[in-house]
Design a binder for this molecule. Structure first.
Ligand code: G6P
Length: 439
């Protein structure tokens, strides 16, 4: 990246309730990351939210005395033109569509989750064409900009962008930083004292090394993690890990692994929740209503702590850390989603993988892992990556055969009849959002 003095950042999905967090992060780091123009862009149906969040962002910047100009727009091209960084945090079909993704699989006794399993599959079909449109627009209007993709399912969406566009794309998730924070809490140290090595793909990564204050505590931490509470994200049930299981695995699974390794218990919980509070989309709708009421208050000029009820809390740390390291050519290590290029030898080179990478002015460069993994990890990772490849193919080309195979092989579906029933429902419910299948 050319070291410019004044940067332009475009946030697509700028009306999101998470935006104040990003603004807070940019304000805090403005001395290292001189952002002049911050464009928050959204679609017509998100106009009201954009205005509310945008007004709060302006108050935050003013209160901090930061020289950042906030622009609110529905014109995506205007936001992208000559940007240095474009971040995507959009949700095609908004929370209503998330509700479908969570409910349809549950009808067939399959896990209903917005990023993994059949729910994540439906979200990928709706989202990938929109992200590829954004990439095309970037190729014309900001070909040197970085695309920092947060949009879920982040690994699959990033894989599509890496495969089908020339834009420098890095996929981001708050899971790695969330885990570091949890470990720091366990050891009562500052998060800067914690280093981890992760291997895997988004929402399916294993932590194989944990260093606290210079000491390798990988094995000791697995003992601590057994039966422990607090090793999860706000959106995922805190079911405890079994000690013997962790020992035999020899690595720490991520929060989302509960859907795979404790599928029956997780499904049972989801079915109970469905009858009481609804799905996570219903819960998030309520949290959002509360947040937007707070955001409207003209006397509010900081990020309210209630935002931490969302599973994506602290995502801005990830985005701001990454932008700062790119801009300052820091060459530090962060865990991000990048093109594999042989780092995980048993996955295709063009797969997106979530691994430690060196961040410099050219972007993210995955580094060799120091611990190889055994067949117990390799097998699940390869299977889910194969599902992801098929999903990208289905989403980009409207390929129904690939769609059916993707769902059938996913370990959270795993049955051709069920896959077909779920696929029919997804196609029916999402028709307006799936033009690629109507051709
Ligand atoms: C986790 C994931 C994010 C996801 C979020 C959902 O933190 O890492 O990818 O977006 O949870 O949180 P929500 O509050 O929307 O359920």
């Amino acid at each position: 990246m050319v070291h410019k003095k004044q940067l332009k950042v475009a946030v697509i999905g700028g009306g999101s309730s998470y935006t104040p967090e990003l603004v807070e992060g940019l304000i805090k780091r403005r001395h290292e990351l001189p952002i002049k123009d911050l464009y928050l862009v959204d679609v017509e149906s998100g106009r009201e939210k954009l205005e509310i969040v945008g007004a709060l962002a302006k108050r935050m910047v003013e209160k901090a005395g930061a020289d950042i100009r906030i622009h609110l727009t529905l014109d995506r091209a205007e936001a992208i033109r000559d940007a240095d960084f474009v971040t995507t945090q959009l949700r095609v079909g908004q929370l209503e569509a998330r509700g479908w993704d969570e409910r349809i699989p549950l009808k067939y006794n399959c896990i209903g989750q917005e990023t993994t399993g059949a729910g994540g599959f439906a979200k990928a079909l709706r989202t990938i064409p929109v992200i590829l449109d954004i990439c095309k627009e970037m190729e014309e209007l900001a070909p040197n900009a970085f695309l920092l993709n947060f949009t879920n399912p982040a690994g699959i969406v990033t894989q599509a962008a890496l495969k089908y566009s020339k834009i420098k794309t890095i996929g981001l998730c708050n899971l790695p930083i969330g885990l570091k924070m949890q470990i720091a809490e366990f050891y009562e140290v500052d998060v800067s004292k914690v280093d981890i090595e992760m291997i895997g793909i988004n929402h399916l990564n294993w932590t194989t090394r944990i260093i606290v204050d210079g000491e390798d505590v990988s094995e000791a931490f697995l003992l601590k993690a057994a039966g422990a509470k607090g090793l999860t994200m706000k959106n995922i049930s805190d079911l405890e890990w079994d000690g013997q299981f962790l020992q035999s695995l020899g690595a720490l699974p991520c929060s989302y692994h509960r859907y795979y390794y404790m599928k029956d218990a997780m499904l049972a919980e989801q079915l109970v929740d469905l009858q009481t509070e609804g799905t996570r989309a219903d819960v998030v709708k309520k949290v959002e209503l509360e947040l937007f009421e707070l955001y409207k208050d003209p006397s509010l000029s900081i990020k309210p702590p209630q935002l931490e009820q969302r599973g994506g809390a602290y995502y801005s740390e990830v985005a701001v850390n990454l932008m700062t390291s790119i801009y300052n050519n820091k060459k530090d290590i962060q865990t991000v989603n990048v093109r594999n290029n042989g780092i995980i030898p048993f996955l295709p080179d063009d797969a997106s993988v979530e691994v430690n990478s060196i961040i410099d002015a050219d972007g993210a460069h995955p580094i060799q892992v120091t611990k190889q993994v055994g067949p117990e990890i390799r097998g699940l990772m390869q299977l889910v990556k194969a599902y992801e490849e098929l999903t990208v193919e289905a989403a980009v080309h409207g390929n129904l055969k690939a769609a059916l195979q993707a769902l059938t092989i996913h370990p959270l579906v795993g049955n051709a009849d069920t896959a077909q029933l779920i696929l029919n429902d997804i196609m029916e419910q999402n028709k307006p959002f799936l033009p690629q299948f109507q051709r």
